[in-house]
Design a protein around this ligand. Sequence first.
Ligand SMILES: *Cc1c(COP(=O)(O)O)cnc(C)c1O
Length: 463
Amino acid sequence: MTSRIDTISVQQADSLHYMHPFTDHADLACRGARVIVRGDDIYLWDSEGKRLLDGMSGLWCVNVGYGRKAIADAVHAQIMQLPFYNSFFETTNLPAVELAQKLVSLAPPQFKRVFYTGSGSEANDTIVRMVRYYWELLGAPERQVIISRQNAYHGSTMAGASLGGMSEMHAQGGLPIPGIVHIAQPNYIESEQDVSAEEFGINAAYCLERKILELGAGKVAAFIAEPVQGAGGVIIPSISYWQEISRICKKYGVLLVTDEVICGFGRLGTWFGCDYFGVEPDLMSFAKGVTSGYVPLGGVLVSSGVADVLALKGGHFNHGFTYSGHPVACAAALANLRIIEEEGLVARVRTDSGPYLARQFATLGNHPLVGYQDSCGFMAGLNLVKRKADRMRDCVRFEKEQEVGMLCRRYMFDNGMVMRAVGDRMIIAPPLTMTHAQIDEMIALIGDGLDRTLRELRHRGWV
Ligand SMILES: *Cc1c(COP(=O)(O)O)cnc(C)c1O
């Protein structure tokens, strides 16, 4: 199909000229980047012809899988019709309007309007400006503080990384920006509390109430959180956590923002993560799965409560992007959402493939390296431990410097399986199109990758 690629020369050029995101370049230069040249369905191929099963949907985004002609056709047709026009100067375009209508119809009933951005980070930046402006318009300009969580991921722009709770990110470039504070994450498996997951969730939610009381409710604009933390390591909270969070936000009049960049568009077997946990946010950021990553697009869904204030009292909202409402990106999103609907992917994840994945993934819990495993829809994770015990907190961990997660990730790759490591937690978020047979294939690959890792760890005398 493709002419032979000289992998080494691509790697050399890559190493000389391409600055990768979130990468140690000295380290990468030694190893050489893996060159991905093709994708089809749930598989990728590298420049050496090796096939990989993509357990991460690219980067949590290729929800409908690779190689979808319907999206390619929609993008081609839109480029020929109108490749770009802006929405700044009292103009609009057809795909942007149609997509706004579509998104509002899929979102919970309180949502009425969409603000488009080019990415998830820009969506969260937009939310910071929007909620602060909203309170100003309501005559409460001192409501400026946004509460987020430690180990959250909300993107990599100045506001996105500030909202995020990644200390390594804050350490570079003078972050966080003022007016953003962080509370503890609801991470049950890392907790020392001797209580049920339900009780832990309620206790974790009280961190929000304590922070609001400490700051004074009159100072707090909004609380933002991912329904299930993604980049933080697929941290799945209890329903009780979200119920309590929602109650606290209502009690103190704090706007509730769910970052749906990963959980949106079927990942949890519901259209949005807030539907899964039964809460009603005031704003939602989205990106990734809205186009299945085929073309960049992000945005903010705005509830009528907030949108009406901005529309009626706001005058000029001095914010926007050249690519807000990009017609090609919106056409890609429409084609992608059509696939999700026509193939019934959301219901399939909820009632069929999600429960099947959960059952099969749970069998990995029997592996001698796996101390804990859990899943939610099409997200799952397992913790690598040195010695197992009934409860995660009683397991013996590896030393951090041993970087066993990274080692395991490399064995998975060599074994044809793309899995991500967050510390010693191995995570997946595969395309929503997976069949039972493909899930079986994935579980077998992971099991084999774990065996290989274990052999290496025994060889090194680490277990
Ligand atoms: C990826 C991600 C973002 C940032 O999106 P970009 O398109 O990379 O800017 C924000 N929030 C969450 C939860 C994400 O996973």
